[in-house]
Design a protein around this ligand. Sequence first.
Ligand SMILES: [Zn+2]
Length: 245
Amino acid sequence: MESQDTVEALRGLQDIDAAIEEREAELATLEPALQEVEERLAEVRKRLDAVRQELETAEESYRKSQRSVQAGRATLKRLRDRADEVQDLRQHMAVRAELEAARRNLEAAENDALDDLQQVESAREVLGTLDGEMSEARDSLRERSDEVETRRAELETELADHRDRRKDRSEGIDHEALKLYERVRRGRTESALAPLVGGHCGNCFTAVPLQRQAEIRSGRTLFRCEGCGVILHAPLEETADEMDR
Ligand SMILES: [Zn+2]
């Protein structure tokens, strides 16, 4: 294989590698995206549990204060009945004092019950809102996970295709050239190949000695740029149209 053909083949391989990398990078972003939605769901669930707990406590407290109100009413009724029965003034005064205290107790119990009822109602209201948020978050998670699964399947199919193409393509490339390309390519996001541009490396613009330029143009051997390490090849005027397509 002529070196120029080898360069063409390596450039083709590099396109496939870029397509593979792009898809691998996208695949790597899918998992965190899903995780984000799951975290939001867990957050809402936590708040929901806390408000449920609050509601339970408020309901318990309301039941207690209702019992106090009932007890207070019973006491009041008992004291009123007794007040009707007492004969002398001293007993009458004593019952009146007790009645007064019982009235104040009942009033306090009624106020507590009212406060507790308000707590119960506001907890129920918050719970209703959170239930709504929860079902929205669930819908959104389901939707997002469907999207992610669909995209993951697409990417995996495409990756398998590209990897097959890569295998076919690399079988036709000179072994040493392929090894060199892979060494240069490793750990690199930019191009592993660059054309000579006016006697300079087309990637980092380091000047290439004249003798080396001639060797590169002759296309017998592949040389790496002394500046950035890319594989240098003859200028691509003849394939410029192809590159624009
Ligand atoms: Zn260079």
